[in-house]
Design a binder for this molecule. Structure first.
Ligand code: UD1
Ligand code: MG
Length: 460
């Protein structure tokens, strides 16, 4: 079979009113990536030469997200929502330019795989004029049903609203993924009318037209999970659950132990090495790499990348994190670093063997090899206007409950006494302390207790 140039068009003009959201539907996320981001990733992986996305008027945020996922994608605006065939025609300039295969995907079907897209392209390369990806639905309600002729070719797709009682019994459903040979496509599209229950131009009518013209129309089978379309929040959660189950299985197959897999959530791009142990209730955000032999204890949140930052997080081999730790964007832990309970790290490098075992905030900091950060240490990085950095040299020892008022630097091997507020740089090897002198009053406590225990004088 000869591979032909592939144009993928993603239809995403729908507002998704059932999401009850100010955000367009395709910008909602599963596993830290927008729905359209998932679809575009599958399209790229399937080897599309060009990608065109059809959006609705005023969807500038969707346009921006498309650009972030693949620069140079063509974006077209469908001015009024007249149906899926009309949406595809909004990309007419791209269709006219293209010679080869055209595959149409929906922006709200995020679990579609590159393999299914490639199998659709194979069906076209094998001589089909139209290929429809179908699946057997447990509950077919709401989907278009695939009607076949005596030879097994697709004769038509019947939308639920137009289906007869008998046709509604059919469980073979249209996923929405359709492939076309470009030489026939525009001729078919312009022949589609809108004489149906919704008064819309249905892309699905392309099948009946092509079949009537004697062209080959075939079905490519997909699985129901992969074809899941997102129309409301419950379906969003269900798709996320499917994604997480697949990702957990892949992480475990890669040699990591998940103590209670169903309580650990990953992002689409989480990298996990061999012999990693992840305890229950751990959340991993986008852009996180966990190297081999790392232990992540219960209730830890590795934020990774958030909306404001692109910096992700890295946990190098042999490190231990948690329980109850929070690693925010820009956390970079060297080998054998220990981050203990109630420690928050943000935009900070901890070199090999550094330890912060309890109750600390380390933000905008560089912490040298083997440094020990005592319980309750805080880098005071923010003065209400600007962020400032803290430098801590290798093998430095920061006593408990120290406030390091940035910008400030602690030299290599220096010791800071517990309870200090450090506002000036400390030289390497020095001891610095800002504690008040301790005073002692001999016998004071016993006298005090006797006085307090004396019976009170009766008041009349
Ligand atoms: C569609 C199919 C149906 C299939 C189902 C699978 C048609 C006519 N029906 O129905 O056979 O079983 O998907 O989920 O194609 N869109 C636009 N502009 C429009 C209308 C839709 O861009 O004018 C986009 C939407 O954003 C969405 C996609 O096309 O991404 C599908 O539209 P939707 O209204 O959800 O179609 P369904 O009724 O689900
Ligand atoms: Mg839909």
């Amino acid at each position: 079979m000869q591979k032909r140039p592939l144009l993928i068009v993603i239809l995403a003009a729908g507002k998704g009113t059932r999401m009850k959201s100010r955000r367009p539907k395709v910008l909602h996320e599963i596993a830290g990536r927008s729905l359209i981001g998932h679809v575009m990733a599958a399209a790229k992986a399937a080897g599309a030469e060009r990608l065109a996305v059809v959006i609705g008027p005023g969807m500038d945020d969707v346009r921006a997200e498309v650009g972030r996922n693949l620069e140079g994608s063509d974006v077209f605006v469908q001015t009024s929502q007249l149906g899926t065939a009309d949406a595809l025609l909004a990309a007419r300039p791209a269709l006219e330019r293209h010679q080869g295969d055209v595959i149409v995907l929906f922006g709200d079907t995020p679990l579609i795989t590159a393999q299914t897209i490639m199998r659709t392209a194979d069906a076209l390369a094998g001589g089909a004029s139209v290929a429809v990806v179908g699946f057997e639905a447990g509950d077919p309600t709401g989907y278009g049903r695939i009607l076949r002729d005596a030879t097994g070719c697709v004769a038509a797709i019947r939308e639920e609203k137009e289906a007869s009682e008998g046709e509604r019994q059919i469980r073979l459903c249209n996923s929405g993924v359709m492939g076309f040979r470009s030489e026939h496509l525009l001729g078919i599209l312009t022949a589609i009318g809108n004489a149906n229950a919704k008064g819309e131009y249905y892309l699905t009518d392309a099948v009946e037209i092509a079949h009537g013209r004697g062209q080959r129309t075939v079905t490519v089978m997909g699985s129901e999970g992969e074809m899941m379309g997102i129309n409301d929040r419950a379906q969003l959660a269900a798709a996320d659950a499917i994604f997480q189950a697949t990702k957990r299985a892949a992480v475990m197959a890669g040699g990591a132990t998940l103590v209670a897999p169903e309580t650990v959530t990953f992002s689409h791009d989480t990298i996990v090495g061999e012999d990693v142990l992840i305890e229950p209730y751990v959340v991993i955000g986008p852009g996180v790499t966990i190297e081999s032999n790392v232990t992540i204890r219960a209730f830890t949140h590795v934020v990774g990348t958030d909306r404001k930052s692109q910096s992700g997080a890295r946990i190098s081999s042999g490190s231990e994190v948690g329980p109850f730790a929070r690693l925010r964007p820009g956390t970079n832990l060297g080998a054998n670093v220990h981050i203990g309970n109630f420690v928050e790290v943000k935009n900070a490098v901890l070199e090999d063997g550094a330890k912060a075992n309890h109750l600390s905030y380390l933000g905008d900091a560089h912490i040298g090899k083997g440094a020990n950060i005592g319980a309750g240490t805080i880098t005071c990085n923010y003065d209400g206007f600007n962020k400032h950095r803290t430098e801590i040299g290798a093998d430095a020892f920061i006593g408990s409950n120290t406030a390091l008022v940035a910008p400030v630097s602690i030299g290599e091997g220096a010791i800071v006494g517990a309870g200090s507020v450090i506002t000036k740089d400390v030289a390497g090897g020095a001891l610095a302390m800002t504690r008040a002198d301790q005073k002692e009053w001999t016998g004071w406590a016993a006298r005090f207790k006797r006085m307090m225990q004396r019976p009170k004088a009766k008041t009349a």
